[in-house]
Design a protein around this ligand. Structure first.
Ligand SMILES: Nc1ncnc2c1ncn2[C@@H]1O[C@H](COP(=O)(O)OP(=O)(O)OP(=O)(O)O)[C@@H](O)[C@H]1O
Length: 311
């Protein structure tokens, strides 16, 4: 089934997944960039999409957001199949950022967020031209919401700066603020930490958690595996346009096919490494304490005994 129709078709209830992509295929001439990919994102989830360069990740995002009309397959938001038109997809509740920053460089930070707000304002052309009371009220409400988002992303102090004068990390944050201005139920992030230093990456991680906590589900493409495995409830791996594996960070990291096709040897600082080191240190400490207690002819403390039983 193709998504060339402009009708919206209910296929589920509001309690189901936020996003359901079903059998999404995208061909460019003889090249199949995305092949029959199914993916769901549920409310409250952060889902990662990873894979080697050219695997089809961005093409898949473009199919989800109506930039491309998939050759086959459907994309549904909250149970309603979406027409492949970017403005209708945004209006439905899916917002995105791009791999290459796309801000209005000569507009202020606040103005950039206000642009992202336009899908949620109802005032028409005449109202805007005449600047009637309805328009002024809507304008004030939009500005209030935009300022909330600038506070949320830590950019409020820069509201009047030109976007082009922001440091790189803040430009990426502004892109996120602008995407959030459409009050999405699902946010798609395409390589949000590309070019960031470790501090900026850590701040982005916190921001994504905060976005999820505020009720927006997130689907994120990223090559930084530490970021992905720390952040995501679920990770899907695309290889040569096909979904190879999908599961928790642990499942994906442990899958031999993913390691062979993409991850290679385990990356340094894998999540859990710190915890493993802490447990080992605690066990060594407990073992030493038990040894000392035995040497002194006393019973080992109960916590030590439990630790040993658990091994
Ligand atoms: N508009 C297009 N026309 C023709 N081929 C395209 C087009 N867009 C993408 N492709 C091809 O589709 C394949 C998938 O590209 P895509 O950019 O989706 O991969 P990706 O996984 O996002 O890669 P990266 O991690 O490098 O961003 C590539 O072979 C690419 O050359």
């Amino acid at each position: 089934m193709t998504t060339t129709t402009t009708e919206t078709t209910p296929v589920g209830g509001p309690t189901g997944p936020v996003l359901s992509a079903t059998g999404v295929t995208m061909r460019f001439g003889g090249l199949t960039a995305v092949r029959s990919v199914d993916l769901e994102v549920h409310p409250g989830e952060i889902v990662g999409l990873i894979g080697p360069n050219g695997a089809g990740k961005t093409t898949f995002f473009n199919c989800l957001t109506g930039l491309y009309v998939p050759t086959e397959g459907t994309v549904a938001y909250q149970g309603t199949v979406l027409p492949p038109k970017p403005h209708l997809v945004t209006q439905a509740g899916i917002a995105r950022t791009f791999q290459n920053i796309r801000l209005f460089a000569n507009m202020t930070v606040l103005e950039n967020v206000l642009v992202g707000r336009h899908t949620r304002t109802k005032e028409g052309l005449w109202s805007a031209l005449l600047r009637g009371p309805g328009f002024k009220k809507a304008e004030r409400a939009s500005e209030e919401r935009a300022m909330e988002l600038l506070e949320f992303t830590g950019l409020a102090a820069k509201r009047d700066h030109l976007a082009r004068n922001l440091p790189y990390g803040e430009q990426r944050k502004l892109e996120i603020a602008r995407a959030l201005a459409s009050d999405p139920g699902l946010l798609l992030l395409d390589e949000p930490t590309a070019g960031m230093n470790p501090q900026e990456t850590r701040a982005t991680e916190e921001l994504v958690f905060a976005i999820r906590d505020q009720g927006t589900a997130v689907l994120v493409i990223e090559h930084d595996m530490r970021f992905i495995f720390n952040l995501c409830d679920r990770v899907a791996v695309l290889v040569q346009g096909e979904k190879l594996v999908e599961g928790s960070s642990e499942v994906v990291q442990g899958d031999e096919r993913v390691v062979a096709a993409y991850l290679g040897t385990p990356f340094e600082g894998a999540p859990g490494a710190e915890e493993v080191a802490e447990v080992e240190a605690a066990e060594a400490h407990a073992g030493a304490a038990a040894g000392a207690a035995a040497a002194a002819g006393a019973e080992a403390p109960s916590t030590t005994a439990r630790t040993e039983d658990d091994q």
